[in-house]
Design a binder for this molecule. Structure first.
Ligand SMILES: *Cc1c(COP(=O)(O)O)cnc(C)c1O
Length: 393
């Protein structure tokens, strides 16, 4: 057998994806103003962004960023342990720990890397990592890379999680879950998972990428909303690139956890530090997310408005109380056709297809933001109803 040609194999995989109607398309946004984007010269209301609080363009973040650039320049120039760590990083870490009610916090360049860092530090061969079936790809990859055995339980099903844990009663175990599921918008049964993990002596790891800034009385996320102390949820990961409008991520927990990550988390140790100006911008974002209650209240009013309007128009939604409001449509071709119709009507919302979601669970993923106005929601509802009605049954 001759050695396989990798590019031929890649081309075959690509051709198969095209036949399945699952090819992804990279599109360039030409400009942004509030919730409006311009793509291909056409102005669209953006319902695809995770900028849930509308902070990515906020003047306070822009000002913090440019002040820090004036002070530090752009790049950190080195890894955190080799001279790249600045007081902007330390200040943000302290602020994040205080906000989430944890002893300590550590910045990572992305949420993907933070998840790899945690499991790589805590888990090893022979351990087990128990995960919700709908967890984010980065958690799945993180478990695989750690060397632990990855076992998955039925979505949001605590009994199934218990059964999976009990198949390996002697193994060191992490139970990892998205707190808000990124493609469904529903919430993990966190309080029940806390009880299960305590009883089974498993370590609970919560990925709150979509809850931070959005949930909880002062925006501290799912752990704030569910009232979970550090002892209940010892490993908290959340990102700075969604509701906080910047980029990057952090892990929060005990000082012992954070000290361990500084020693052993390879995606922390072997990478260039986040630019200090991004830390400064994220710090300004946390101040707003904590204190600007009206911004969060406006977002939650829009969520209620969208769900109420969808019910009136007979548009089926998934059971979500978060800014992620998927409209299930079934197969990929239908999702693409409806997304195109909505784009023609002036709305950008992405069709989410396998492998991001299970087969025949294609959907339009509506993301709501405090940057939207009530009128944007009304117009989206009317356009959605028309686009769905145009679909042959
Ligand atoms: C977006 C996301 C991540 C990855 O975060 P990045 O900072 O974008 O790499 C991790 N987990 C979940 C649940 C996410 O939605």
């Amino acid at each position: 057998m001759p050695r396989p040609d990798l590019f031929a194999r890649l081309a075959a995989a690509q051709a198969q994806r095209a036949r399945d109607g699952l090819l992804r398309r990279l599109r360039t946004v030409e400009s942004v103003a509030g919730p409006r984007i311009v793509v291909n010269g056409k102005s669209l209301i953006d319902f695809g962004s995770n900028d849930y609080l509308g902070l990515a363009q906020h003047p306070a973040l822009r000002a913090a960023l440019s002040r820090a650039v004036d002070r530090w320049g752009v790049g950190a120039g080195a890894a955190h342990l080799l001279g790249g760590h600045r007081d902007e990083h330390t200040a943000l870490e302290e602020k994040l720990a205080l906000w989430t009610g944890r002893e300590s916090a550590l910045l990572f360049s992305t949420g993907y890397m933070a998840n790899l860092g945690v499991t790589g530090t805590l888990l090893r061969d022979g351990d087990v990592c128990v995960q919700d079936k709908l967890n984010h790809a980065s958690l799945i990859d993180a478990a695989r890379l750690s060397g632990a055995e990855l076992v998955r339980y039925r979505h949001a099903d605590v009994d199934s999680a218990r059964q999976q844990l009990c198949t390996r009663p002697d193994a060191a175990a992490v139970l990892a879950t998205d707190a808000v599921f990124s493609m469904d918008g529903d919430l993990a049964p966190l309080r029940e998972l806390v009880v299960l993990c305590k009883r089974e002596r498993a370590t609970l790891m919560i990925d709150d990428a979509h809850g931070i800034g959005v949930l909880g009385p002062d925006g501290a996320g799912s752990v704030g909303e569910a009232g979970l102390a550090q002892d209940d949820a010892p490993v908290l990961m959340a990102t700075l690139g969604k509701a906080l409008g910047v980029a990057g991520a952090f892990v929060a927990g005990s000082a012992a956890l954070i000290d361990g990550l500084i020693q052993f988390a390879r995606p922390f140790v072997y990478t260039t530090a986040m630019p200090p100006a991004l830390a400064a911008a994220a710090s300004a974002a946390v101040d707003i997310a904590r204190n600007d209650r009206e911004r969060r209240d406006h977002l939650h009013r829009l969520i209620a408005q969208f769900r109420g309007g969808a019910a009136q128009r007979g548009i089926a939604l998934l059971p979500s109380s978060t800014p992620i409001q998927p409209v299930p449509v079934g197969d990929s071709a239908t999702a693409l056709a409806i997304a195109q119709r909505l784009e023609n009507a002036g709305f950008y919302l992405p069709a989410i297809r396998p492998p991001s979601v299970p087969a025949s669970a294609a959907r339009l993923r509506v993301s709501l933001s405090a940057a939207h106005a009530e009128d944007d929601i009304e117009r989206l509802l009317a356009a959605l109803a028309a686009a769905l009605a145009a679909e042959p049954r």
